[in-house]
Write a protein that binds this ligand. Structure first.
Ligand SMILES: CC(C)(COP(=O)(O)OP(=O)(O)OC[C@H]1O[C@@H](n2cnc3c(N)ncnc32)[C@H](O)[C@@H]1OP(=O)(O)O)[C@@H](O)C(=O)NCCC(=O)NCCS
Length: 161
């Protein structure tokens, strides 16, 4: 029987095609790396194919320069019935100096789905360590806050184009 893995780190080198006109990595390139890490983390935890249901709270704290070594750390902080809430932290450094700094943080919610795209149950994450308990409680509070944000955003739906 295979074992669940709660966290994962993916590493990338920021290549010239990832960079914008200002010489920094595109936000979209960072988001793609985040999505890949969240998928690998969710698949490793659930043992299932997963889709991205939500990504939010993204904060680009610092730019990433071309040639940087980028590490995307992903960790399950809360599990629902079919969803896995995954905390993401992106760190980058010059590979010659290895002087890491955090560049981006966010939360991604992945949902395990079957062949028909229907949500499937995932193994439950039960925190024991104090830090894990705090993070799980924060993930629960964020669910309520997202409901409020969703309601607030209703006024933009079908009103932009
Ligand atoms: C994600 C998806 C499977 C959810 O399907 P659904 O019919 O809404 O199913 P449910 O309402 O039962 O929700 C399933 C889970 O997703 C969570 N979820 C759904 N939409 C969500 C959202 N916008 N934000 C956060 N969580 C969400 C629900 O809370 C629920 O979690 P739980 O089972 O742990 O309680 C469906 O919306 C979908 O396929 N979306 C498109 C996914 C996609 O294309 N992603 C990009 C490429 S991978």
């Amino acid at each position: 029987m295979s074992q669940s893995q709660r966290d994962i780190k993916l590493r990338f080198l920021a290549e010239p095609q990832d960079v914008n006109f200002g010489g920094k990595v595109h936000g979209g390139a960072v988001m793609k790396w985040i999505d890949l890490a969240a998928y690998a983390c969710a698949a490793g935890w659930s043992g299932r194919y997963c889709v991205t249901a939500y990504a939010g709270g993204i904060r680009f704290v610092a730019p990433i320069h071309v040639g940087s070594l980028v590490e995307v750390a992903a960790k399950v902080v809360y599990t629902g019935t079919s969803s896995m809430h995954i905390a993401i932290e992106v760190n980058a450094c010059d590979p010659k100096s290895l002087n890491r700094r955090t560049t981006t943080t966010c939360i991604v919610i992945m949902v395990a789905v079957d062949q028909n795209g229907q949500p499937e149950k995932v193994p439950q994450w039960e925190p024991v360590e104090e830090e894990d308990i705090v993070q799980r409680e924060s993930a629960i509070r964020l669910m309520d806050m997202r409901k409020e944000i969703g309601e607030e955003m209703q006024c933009f739906h079908n009103k932009i184009s």
